[in-house]
Design a protein around this ligand. Sequence first.
Ligand code: GLC
Ligand code: CA
Length: 535
Amino acid sequence: MKSAPWWKEATIYQIYPRSFFDSNGDGEGDLPGVTSKLDYVKSLGVDAIWLSPFYTSPNKDGGYDVANPRDVDPRFGNLEDAKELIAQAHKRNLRVIADIVPNHFSDQHEWFQAALNSKRGSKERERFHFYDANEDGTPPNNWISLFGGPSWTQVADGQFYLHLFDSSQPDLNWDNPEVNEDFEQTLRFWIDLGVDGFRIDVAHGLVKEDVLKNHPDPQGLSNALRLDVAMDAEKRNALLLTVPYFDRQGVHEIYRKWRKLFDSYVGRDIMAVAEAWVHPPVNATRYVRADELHQVFNFDLLTAEFDSKVLFDVVERSISLNATVNALPTWALSNHDSPRVASRIGEEQARALALFVFGLPGSTYVFAGQELGLPDGQLQDSDRQDPTFFRTNGAIKGRDGARVPLPWSGETTPFGFSTAKPWLPISQSWKDLTIENELADPKSSLHLYRSALELRKEFLVGTGGITWLESSQHGHKNNSLLSYSRGSITVVMNLSDSAKEYEATGKLVIVSAGTVEAQDGKKVIPARSTAWFMA
Ligand code: GLC
Ligand code: CA
C-alpha cells in the first residue's frame, strides 16, 4: 500500500523568523537563528515548518512586501543561510514550507520602479494595475484598502495604481503572462533550493474583476472583511458575497497550472496551502480540488467563541465540506495576523481547544509561541509597526501583539531571544513562560503540546474520520461537553466553568488541565479542560 503523503495529516509549525531567535545580536530574529533552534522545533513532535517571508524587503508589512522574491533579506541572512536551514531541517526529517506572496510586490521591486519610470500604457505598467484618474481627478474606483484608506495611490504623471494592502504593496496584474512566468520561476527557484511546499499568501486575491466599477458600499465591505470590526453576521455575509477582488474563478486556472508544476517534480511530494478567506465556506473547497492545491486554511477557529455549539459547527462543517472534494481539513488556533488564542479565549480554554483539535483528522498548524501558551504582547503605540495601525491613524491597533519575539531562557527580558533590544519589547511578565522554564515544569503548556503531538502521531494520524459522541446534535446529555471518538481514542472537552461527569470508557492518556477523577463508574472532567481516553 502506498503510504499517505507527508503533508496529509502533518503538524506544521509556523515560524515568524523575525521573532524566533536572533543569532547575531541585532534585536531581530534571522535564518541562522531558526537553524540553531531546530532541535527544539523537532522536540515538539511537528512534521514541518512554515517560514513567514524572509525575502528582500523594505519590511513595511513584516516582509509580505517583497522586493526580490528570489533572495534573502540581509536582516535574515543570505541564500547560503536558507540552504543551510533547509539542509538541517531535512536532516531532522522536518519539511520546509516557504511563504510566497503572489498578489503584490513591494514598491521597491525592480518591476515597480521600472513602471514608475515608464509611460502610461507601457509594458512596465501593464504588470500592475495602473489606470488614469476619473475626470474629476478621483481614483479609478472607490475600493478601500484592507489596511484602511484608499486602495489607490497616484503617481507623478497622474495615473493611479491599485493596492489592496499598503500603498507600498502594488497589486500584480495576473492577466499578464509575464507575471505568470515570473512566478513560476520563483516557485522553481525555491523548489530547486530544497523547499517542500508553499503557503500561498492572499491566494484568493490574484484575479480582479470590475476594476473600473465603484462598489455600492465600500466602507461596509471593508468592515466586513476586517475580523476586528464587529458586524451583524447576516449583514457581513451578504457583503462578503460582493467582493470584486477575491475568489474570482480565474484564480483556479492559476493553481491548476501550479499543480502541474509541483507534480512535475516527481518523487518530491511538493505541497501548497492556500491562504484564502472566502465566503460562503463551501468556496474554500474549490482550492483543494484534485487538480489544484493540497490544503486550504480554515480560519474559523481563529475567531470562534469557546462554545460547544459554535465549535461543533466549525469542526463538522470543515470536515464535511472538505470531504466533498476528497480533502482533509486544516486547523489553526493562532497565526501572525490574529490575536493569540490564549489572550482571545483564555489560557486554560486555549489548552483545552488545542488538545481537542489535535485529535481531529487533517493538518494542524501551530504558531510559534502557541505551545508556550503565550498571550499577546502588551505594546505601547510607540512600539507598533503594523501598517494597519498607521493607515487607520491608530484606530486599529494591528497585529504586532502576536508577533512579539519568543522568550527562550533566563530571568529578565528579552529572555535569551537576543543580546540586543528586541524589535518589539518582551514583557518581564513572561518570566514563567520561557522555553527553559516550561521545559522544567511537567505541567506546562509546552509539555502538553509535546505529549499530545506524540500521542496524535502514534494513535490518530491515518485512522480516518471521527464519530461524534456528545454535541448539540449527538447525545447532548450536557451542552457544555463536546466529545468524539477516533481510532482507539475518545476525546472529551468540558467547556464549562465547573467539573462535569462523563461516561467514558478506557484509560486516561492525557488531560489539558486539572485531574480527571473517577466517580460511580463515570469520569469527572475538570472545568475548561480536554481529556483523551484510550480503549
Ligand atoms: C496575508 C498575510 C499578512 C499580510 C497580507 C498582505 O494576509 O498573512 O500578514 O499582511 O497577506 O500580504
Ligand atoms: Ca538578527
